[in-house]
Design a protein around this ligand. Structure first.
Ligand code: UDP
Length: 238
């Protein structure tokens, strides 16, 4: 299947939660391997792929702040959690023969390259998968915002958000049986209806640059590859 049309370069946001699999904390290696296989297939088909990885499976600044930790300090710890996830994912990708570079927004030169925009573009042009770690490098932001930021910087054709459900619903489908899934939404719909997709900063960044967001369920083998082909279930935000 030719997936190079219409997508030439994409960014996949993988939440930390996605790496937990059935667990409630940390990393489930089988889940990391499944995502790596999915990304490998897309990369080998010729689509330039970059990843932004979350850290919520290990540490969240907001949660730590609720228990009395300084918020900014907690956020830095959260950013470090994303680096742990990035190294796991890099290793899983290398085991399926995909050249991968981790670029960190917080300098950590012994284990990751510093984030340099033009170098990241070059890696992707050479067919390497780039994993953007440490979010934006700033506290009070999220990895969703980092995903929108990097996708804009990389001039990606779309931002794919791999979640636990197969798109954006009118209510939480796990709680409300009447919740309906949207096929397409506008950025303004998401903002004005306060739909729980990505934070407002991320949606606004995407909107300003007309970056399409595709929300899908990443918990099935080949889900990313399938959605890139326009198959399966997802919600497009344009
Ligand atoms: N974080 C941050 N700045 C960023 C990205 C992330 O401070 O630019 C911190 C923040 O504490 C956040 C944690 O890193 O809670 C993990 O990221 P996130 O919650 O976005 O991960 P996900 O929900 O995708 O697993």
């Amino acid at each position: 299947t030719d997936m190079t049309e219409p997508y030439r370069r994409v960014l996949l946001k993988v939440s930390g939660e996605a790496l937990m699999g059935k667990g409630s904390f940390g990393i489930e290696p089988a889940m990391v391997d499944m995502i790596a296989a999915d990304v490998a297939a897309v990369s080998k088909a010729g689509v330039q792929v970059s990843l932004v990885i979350g850290g919520g499976n290990i540490f969240r600044g907001v949660a730590a702040a609720a228990k009395g930790m300084d918020r900014a300090q907690g956020d830095y710890a959260g950013m470090l959690a994303t680096v742990i996830n990035a190294l796991m994912l890099q290793n899983a990708l290398e085991r399926v023969d995909v050249d991968t570079r981790v670029m960190s927004a917080i300098q950590m030169s012994s284990i990751a390259e510093p984030y340099i925009r033009r170098r990241a573009v070059r890696h992707m042009e050479k067919g390497r998968v780039v994993i953007f770690a440490a979010g934006t490098g700033n506290p009070f932001f999220t990895t969703d915002t980092a995903a929108a930021l990097r996708a804009n910087e990389m001039e990606c054709d779309a931002l794919f958000k791999g979640t636990q459900v197969d798109g954006v619903y009118s209510a939480d489908p796990r709680r409300d049986p009447n919740a309906t899934r949207y096929d397409e939404l506008s950025y303004m719909d998401v903002l004005s209806r306060d739909l729980n997709v990505m934070d407002a900063a991320a949606i606004s960044l995407a909107r300003e640059n007309r970056l399409p967001i595709v929300v899908f369920n990443i918990h099935a083998p080949g889900a990313f590859e399938q959605v890139l082909r326009g198959e399966g279930r997802f919600t497009r935000i344009v």
